[in-house]
Design a binder for this molecule. Structure first.
Ligand SMILES: [Zn+2]
Length: 159
């Protein structure tokens, strides 16, 4: 998939006001409790993805689940798993091909050094800390997606 094809996949929405620093996207996803909305500013298509960690390790590994928000009341569909080596494995059956490809592309961009999202893709979070889920109120925290304590914890963990 080319970057343009990926950008063209996103659908329109009124996103939350919490846009954050794009270089923070990878860390925010890996924190494992956040949700993001990504929108192409060209096609105006968008997707909302939600992250969670399973209570138990899968095959001895701490995995990260990726779900697609599919309805206005927050209904979600599981679309895949991010493994500790950083690989995103899309679920073979659940979720649309487009949603899975859109996330795979977004994740690939986020993993590049410093984040490499093109300026015509905007990404928002829902105003809560990516690690503990508490509401973020300080502008610096909204930009990073983490409260100060959780930010320090993520830095210490080297994520
Ligand atoms: Zn926090």
């Amino acid at each position: 998939m080319t970057p343009q094809e990926a950008i063209d996949m996103y659908e329109p929405v009124m996103p939350s006001p919490y846009i954050f620093r794009r270089e923070a996207l990878r860390t925010y996803i890996l924190a494992g409790r956040g949700a993001i909305t990504a929108r192409s500013e060209i096609s105006r298509k968008r997707y909302t993805f939600k992250f969670s960690r399973p209570a138990h390790k899968l095959g001895g590994k701490q995995a990260l689940f990726v779900r697609l928000v599919t309805g206005p009341d927050g209904e979600t569909t599981f679309i895949g798993t991010i493994w500790p080596d950083g690989r995103f494995a899309a679920d073979r059956k659940r979720g649309t091909f487009q949603a899975k490809a859109a996330f795979a592309w977004l994740w690939q961009q986020a993993r590049l050094d410093g984040g490499n999202l093109p300026s015509n893709v905007a990404v928002w979070h829902e105003g809560s800390c990516g690690l503990c889920g508490r509401a973020l109120t300080v502008p610096e925290s909204i930009e990073s997606g983490f409260g100060p304590v959780c930010q320090a914890r993520m830095m210490k963990a080297g994520v």
